[in-house]
Design a protein around this ligand. Structure first.
Ligand code: ZN
Length: 238
């Protein structure tokens, strides 16, 4: 049971931190957490005084700032695109500005991503798939041979919120949105899927294969998790 106690106004200010305080009869010690929405919450046993709680929050300040910074890095999803000149789109980790042209097809030319008037998400998703296909086909053989993986085919397509998938007959699928990532992270996605051709699960043997191929994969995995929040993923292309 949670009861707000009069000594605590609900929100306790400690320096520039705001802590939402609740009292629980059942708690023996203070529980301090940073929630998904970046709010700091303390659940305290009834006998804890305000002064004690302030001291505790101060002692945990470094930890709290670290947690809050982590949430901030994950950020909020980018705003919806309007498909107007000047808007930035990522390709291989670099941002290219959109230029609306009278007619023609989507193409990357002289540092601009050209989109015919009236075009939008569908045309751009098609473009990522069209350029992603040959790019990945050139990239994947050296990884496959290094790993001794028997790759039978590769497709670039929407895959919901997954970067890649593979099937038992040796085919791997890569999400078109992956083409927005820098090449080093695309390599991680490829290596991950190629490793699944040998190990379908995420057990220790699987990660051993990944680590042998890409030492320090944990850093890539973390970078990928963060990068994922900044990618453009319209409803049509999921
Ligand atoms: Zn996997």
């Amino acid at each position: 049971m949670l009861v707000a106690v009069s000594e605590f106004p609900g929100v306790l200010r400690v320096g520039d931190l705001e802590v939402a305080v609740s009292v629980s009869e059942r708690r023996k010690s203070v529980r301090l957490t940073v929630e998904r929405d970046s709010s700091v919450v303390a659940i305290v046993p009834p006998q804890v005084s305000k002064a004690e709680l302030v001291r505790m929050v101060e002692n945990k300040r470094t930890w709290l700032y670290g947690k809050l910074a982590e949430k901030r890095d994950l950020g909020v999803p980018p705003p919806a695109k309007e498909y107007i000149s000047g808007e930035g789109f990522l390709y291989l980790g670099r941002s290219y500005r959109l230029r609306i042209i009278e007619s023609g097809c989507v193409k990357l030319i002289r540092g601009r991503l050209e989109l015919p008037k009236g075009g939008g998400a569908k045309e751009l998703v098609d473009w990522y798939r069209r350029v992603g296909d040959p790019w990945l086909r050139r990239r994947v053989p050296s990884w496959a041979s290094r790993m001794g993986a028997e790759l039978t085919g590769l497709r670039v397509r929407p895959l919901g919120y997954r970067w890649g998938s593979c099937s038992q007959d040796g085919q791997i699928n890569i999400h078109w949105a992956t083409m927005q990532l820098p090449p080093s992270l695309i390599d991680y996605v490829l290596v991950h899927e190629l490793a699944h051709l040998q190990r379908p699960d995420h057990g220790p043997d699987f990660w051993r294969i990944v680590d042998r191929t890409l030492p320090g994969y944990a850093e890539h995995r973390e970078r990928l998790r963060r990068a994922g929040n900044n990618l453009w993923l319209p409803e049509e292309g999921r």
